[in-house]
Design a protein around this ligand. Structure first.
Ligand SMILES: N=CN[C@@H](CCC(=O)O)C(=O)O
Ligand SMILES: [Mn+2]
Ligand SMILES: [Mn+2]
Length: 323
């Protein structure tokens, strides 16, 4: 398979208990082509090892190593997954600068095949251009079922990522691309952004968000003080869609929590509000797939961004599997 790297056993190290006390002892390194149809709850970790979109967007590269950093940090964490729950590392989609679109297509194929096999995908990036491929994987899977099911996108991010892809697509264009495709197909573009920063999105981006009926919560109000109002927003949004795709851009977190990103946010949000929102979203039973974007180990301090991302994966994996 082109643009694909099989799982690396060397990433999964840590304390040895021989009793599956740690996640590196629980994980199965299973290449995509060998992933079985899940009989019980099963989670598949898939990397998107690509920072070509960040480079095209004039950002600081390094996110190509993001997926491995998150997997390695996650493996060292304690395992509280029920014994019947399976956890797979299915490797990573790889990328070249000149052909990022091929990697996005490959990602879409991989996500669709994981969903067909009843796996719950958690995709780890990598630049936020990942969202275009991820969304298309979910859509491809749902379209094949011919049930016309709707997808709502919830993006935790400082940025709208609604830049126009007039020249080339990049890490700042994925949701504009999805919106254009929705328009062409005559379907609604359901997009909720949580944590938008006024000092990180220009007037044109706010206008595009308005034109596309994007619902958003600004960074100043995206905090636990306003949890009740935010929960109301999320519930109103999820009520109108059949499935929810969640994408978490690490650059939305305050750089106090997440320094290891391309575009840091000193005034960003906290992990606590994100966890509360994730609980609300998961309680709807509509979460179909999730990703974590923009992990850049080159700028990380003491592995704390990788650990934050790993903690989010820990939380989601345990909750979706009922553990
Ligand atoms: N995925 C990130 N997108 C941001 C990057 C901002 C920056 O580089 O400062 C954007 O294009 O707005
Ligand atoms: Mn961002
Ligand atoms: Mn983003």
């Amino acid at each position: 398979m082109k643009h694909y790297e099989p799982p690396k056993k060397s990433l999964w190290t840590g304390r040895i208990s021989n009793k599956w006390l740690y996640l590196h002892e629980k994980v199965h390194c299973t290449p995509l082509t060998e992933i079985p149809e899940a009989q019980k709850k099963s989670i598949a970790l898939l990397g998107y090892a690509c920072d070509a979109g960040v480079h095209r967007n004039q950002g600081r590269v390094g996110a190509v190593d993001g997926p491995d950093a998150i997997k390695s940090s996650f493996g060292k964490m304690p395992n509280h997954l029920a014994s019947h729950v399976l956890l797979h590392d299915v490797g990573s989609i790889t990328c070249t600068n000149s052909d990022m679109e091929a990697s996005q297509n490959q990602l879409a194929e991989a996500v669709a095949s994981l969903l067909e096999k009843k796996q719950f995908p958690i995709v780890l990036g990598g630049g936020h251009d990942m969202a275009y491929g991820h969304y298309y994987g979910i859509k491809k899977y749902l379209d094949a079922k011919k049930e016309g099911q709707t997808i709502g996108i919830i993006n935790f991010d400082a940025h709208f990522d609604l830049r126009k892809n007039t020249e080339q697509s990049n890490s700042g264009t994925p949701f504009y691309q999805i919106a254009q495709d929705c328009q062409e197909e005559g379907i609604d573009f359901n997009y909720l952004c949580l944590g938008i920063r006024k000092d990180a999105n220009d007037r044109n981006l706010f206008q595009t968000a308005k034109d596309l009926n994007v619902i958003y919560v600004m960074a100043e109000t995206f905090q636990t003080t306003f949890l009740q109002e935010i929960t109301t927003f999320i519930n109103a949004f999820t009520k109108n869609v059949d499935h929810v795709y969640v994408t978490i851009d690490l650059d939305g977190f305050s750089s106090a929590f997440a320094p290891g990103v391309s575009a840091a946010s000193p005034m960003g949000f906290t992990p606590h509000i994100v966890l509360e929102c994730l609980k609300t979203i998961m309680s709807t039973g509509k979460l179909i797939s999730l990703d974590i974007a923009e992990m850049n180990p080159k700028y990380d301090i003491d592995g704390q961004t990788a650990k934050l991302a790993a903690s989010l994966v820990h939380h989601v994996a345990h909750t979706v599997s009922g553990s």
